[in-house]
Write a protein that binds this ligand. Sequence first.
Ligand code: PLP
Length: 450
Amino acid sequence: AWRRLCPSPAALLGFDCDAPLPDAAGLLQRRRRHFARPQKNYYRNPPEIERGWKEHLFDIEGRAYLDMLNNVTIVGHGHPRLSAAVGRQWSLLNTNSRFHYAAVTEFCERLAGLAPEGLDTVFLVNSGSEANDLAIRLAWAASGARNMISLLEAYHGWTVASDAVSTSVADNPEALTTRPGWVHPVVSPNTYRGPFRGAGSTGDYVATVSAKLSELEEKGQKLAGFISETVYGNAGGIPLPPGYLEAVYAMVRSHGGVTIADEVQVGYGRLGHYFWGFEEQGVVPDIITVAKGMGNGHPLGAVLARREIAEALEKEGYFFSSSGGSPVSCVVGTTVLDILHDEALQDNARTVGSHLKARLQALMDRFPLVGAVHGMGLYLGVEFVRDRETLEPATEETAAICDRLLELGVIMQPTGDHLNVLKIKPPLCLSHESADFFADMLAKALRDGW
Ligand code: PLP
C-alpha cells in the first residue's frame, strides 16, 4: 500500500512500479561482495531505498524517511518536470559532448547569467571533484605557477589535485605530512572551534595567509592561487569571519594568484538569502566551481571563469570531457534552474531554513549536548559537544543520535572532522511540516539518550 501512496511520476510514464521487491538483507550481502566501500560509515545501518518523492524516501520494506542529508537532490525526489524533460531528451539525442547541440548553448547562457559579470566562460564536467581539478589547472595556466593555498579541514574532492587541496585531517592525519609540495594549507577559519575562537578575529585568520605568502616569497616561489569554500561547509555551514575573503582575495591577487570559490556544497540557492556563498562575504572570485545540486543527482558540474583565464588553459593544454555537458546533462541543468525559479525554492530555503534554525537553536536551552547551531537557509549544522567550554566533540553520542533518528524515520549521518556534526542539507522543497517533524524527532532522540 505504501508504494501506491508515493506519487512517483514513474507509473505515469508507463514504467512498471509494482514489480516484486528484492529482499533487503540479500541485497546488502550481494553489494558487499562487489561494491567498493565508498565511505567509512557507508555500511552502518543502510536502508535499501527504492523511490523518492519531494523530501521523502521510501525503502523496500515499506518505511518512509525524511531525507535531511541529501545536498544533491535540491528540487526534490521524483520531480515530474525533470522526468519528462530527461525522457524527452534521451529519446531525441544523448551523445558525446564533442558535437554541437542547442541544449549546451542554452544551459551555458543560463549559468553565465547567474554568475557575476565577467565570469561568463563555462566548462561542463560531471562532478565537483572534476570541477575543482579543472579550476586548479586553470589557476596554474593563468598564473604560470603551481603553488596553491588551501584551508585545513576542507574537502574539495577525490581526484588527484582536488584531493591534494582537501586538507581534512579526519580520515588520515598523516596525510598532511605527505601532501604534494605545491599545496600550502592554512588554518581553517572556523570561528566556533578554530584556534582564534570568538569575535573580532578576522585579522588573525588573515594573518595566517599573509604569513604563508611571505614564506613563499622568501623561498622565491610564485603563487598560483587560493581555493576555499565561501561558507565553511565541512563543519555544517559556519560563515567565514566578516571580511575574511575580501582581505585574502586582495592579497592573493596582489601576489599574482587566482581565487577559486568552491560553491559545490553551499551555492545554488541553498543558503536562502544568497544564490552563491561568496555573496555572503561580498566578494567576487576569479573562478567558481559548482556541482551537486545543479544536476539534482544527475552527474553534472561546471567551472565558470573569466575569458582570459579560460584562454590561458587553451595555450597550455586542453580540456575535453566526453560526457560533461552531454545533451541530457544540459537539459537536466536547465530544467533544475527552471524549477528552482518557478517553485521559488531559494525563497523556501530562506523561510523554512530560518524557521528550522530557530527550532534547533531552542534545543540548546534543553540539551547541553547541543553546542551550536550553524549555518543559514537550508544549509544548517548542529554541533554536539560534551562541554561547551572545552568543545570536546561528542562523537559517539552523535553516531547514536543518527541511529535513533533513522529508527524515527529521518536520514542523517555524523559529519565534520570530529564526526560530531549533523549537516542538514535537505531538498530545498522541504515543507514547514517536515522541518517541524525533524526538530521534533531530534528532540526525541536527545531525550531518549544513547
Ligand atoms: N567540493 C565540496 C565542497 C564538496 O562538498 C564536494 C563533495 O562532497 C566536492 C567538492 C566534490 O564533489 P563530487 O562528490 O561531486 O566530486
